[in-house]
Structure formats: C-alpha cells, structure tokens
Design a protein around this ligand. Structure first.
Ligand code: NAG
Ligand code: CU
Length: 233
C-alpha cells in the first residue's frame, strides 16, 4: 500500500511540475506548422525563464544555438501569423509578441537577435474593472496570432512569443516567461518603420507594475502591459 499511496501522491503532484506549456509551432496563413520546424528548439524542456537580465529571455534557453537546425518559412505581409502551443495557456498572465529583423546579409538562422532591434507587434493584456475583478483572456488560448502589417519591410525576421505567467509574481523574479522564437522570411511588404525598438534582455527590469505584481490580493484596479507600444504599421 506504500507504493500505491506513493503513486497517488506522485500523480497528484506531477501535473503541477511537468505540464507547463511551450510555444512549439509557427502559425502561417492560419495553419499550424510542424513543431520545431520553424521554431527554434529550446534545451530547458518546458521550464520558464525567470531572469529578465539573461540572454535566455531572448529566444528561451538554448534558443540562440538552435537556428541552424530550424527552417525559415516564407510569409506574406498582410497575412495572419503567430505561434501555437503544445497545450493551451493555463497560468494567469499576459502575452506579448515581438519581431526583429536580421541585418541585411545575415541569415536569420545564424543571427542572435542582439541589439535594440525588437518591436512589439501584438499583445494580449489583462482586463480590469477598477478593483472588483481581474481576468486574463490569454488563458485557454492554444495559439496567438496577428496580422502582419502590410508595410513591414521585406526580409528575414524572428517572431518571438512571450507568455508572462503572473501566478507567483508577487515577489521579484517570480514572474515566469514562456518564450519561443520562430524564423520567417517576409515578402510583399512595404517601407514602414517598425518601432519603438528595444533590446531583449534590456526591455524589462523585472520591477514593472505588470511584472512584479500580486494579481490576487488586493485585486489590481488596473494593469499596465509590460514593454513598448505595439507597432501596427
Ligand atoms: C495602476 O495605475 C497607477 C497609476 O497610474 C500606477 O501607478 C500603477 O502602477 C498601476 N498598476 C498596475 C498594476 O499597472
Ligand atoms: Cu507552470
């Protein structure tokens, strides 16, 4: 009976420690592509990044080394793109999607995304009503997509999805960042100027009101989405 109770205990605990979600697939033209075909593979299984000063914040742990084994998908300006997860988001939190353009002459598969090169293209924020409730529309989503602005310049880009889980964010370093970077080649674009541009890491200190926050008590009256304003073309 000792082993039976051990397994009962183990199965009660396992979902909490092993079931984190991962951004595994590029979504292009509304279709979910094969896992890690166009998304850089990470090496930390399904663990989040919690150090906002680490280069792991950029494309997840291992994501700066896996470009050569990742393909680059051609997508068209004005089309619907995004990233899909292996299972629906279940932690209370918010989502940001950033992009960064590889310098001309540099293939995205060998680029590290360093410098002030990242701009935000989409966000799923929290909804507040002045203090009686806060809700998180990203919970339950199994993909997050957006329309590529029609005037985005042609070229090779990262599309970086970031879920910031806030369930234990009441102390510094508690927010959990679930991240992946996809590689795309944008065609049919224009001559827009994406911005404001930020560096990752660098974009967050970890002390932002939307990152260092107790989402349960007292109920926040408002919520400030971390990061720069969305560039929508
Ligand atoms: C709510 O708004 C106040 C006033 O602008 C600001 O100081 C505070 O940081 C905000 N709280 C959150 C959680 O964004
Ligand atoms: Cu988790």
């Amino acid at each position: 009976m000792k082993s039976a109770s051990f397994f009962a205990l183990a199965s009660a605990l396992l979902p909490a420690v092993s079931a984190h979600y991962r951004w595994t697939s590029l979504v292009a033209d509304g279709a979910v592509t094969t896992a890690y075909e166009y998304v850089r593979q990470n090496t930390n299984y399904n663990s989040p990044v919690t150090d906002v000063t680490s280069t792991d914040l950029r494309c997840n742990t291992g994501g700066l080394a896996s470009g050569a084994s990742t393909q680059t998908d051609t997508v068209t300006a004005g089309s619907t793109v995004g990233l899909a997860l292996d299972q629906a988001i279940y932690h209370d939190g918010v989502v940001n999607i950033y992009m960064a353009k590889a310098p001309s002459g540099t293939d995205i598969s060998s680029w590290d995304g360093s410098g002030s090169v990242w701009f935000k293209v989409h966000e799923v924020t929290a909804v507040t009503d002045g203090g009686s409730s806060i809700s998180f529309p990203s919970v339950g989503m199994s993909q997050v997509t957006f329309t590529l602005p029609t005037d985005i310049p042609d070229g090779q880009y990262f599309i970086r999805a970031e879920d910031i889980a806030l369930h234990v964010a009441q102390s510094y370093g508690g927010a959990q960042f679930y991240i992946s970077c996809a590689q795309v080649n944008v065609q049919g674009g224009g001559s827009g100027t994406p911005g404001p541009l930020v560096a990752i890491p660098g974009v967050y200190t970890g002390y932002e009101p939307g990152i260092l926050i107790d989402i349960y008590y007292p109920t926040p009256a408002n919520y400030t989405q971390p990061g720069p304003a969305v560039w929508s073309g």
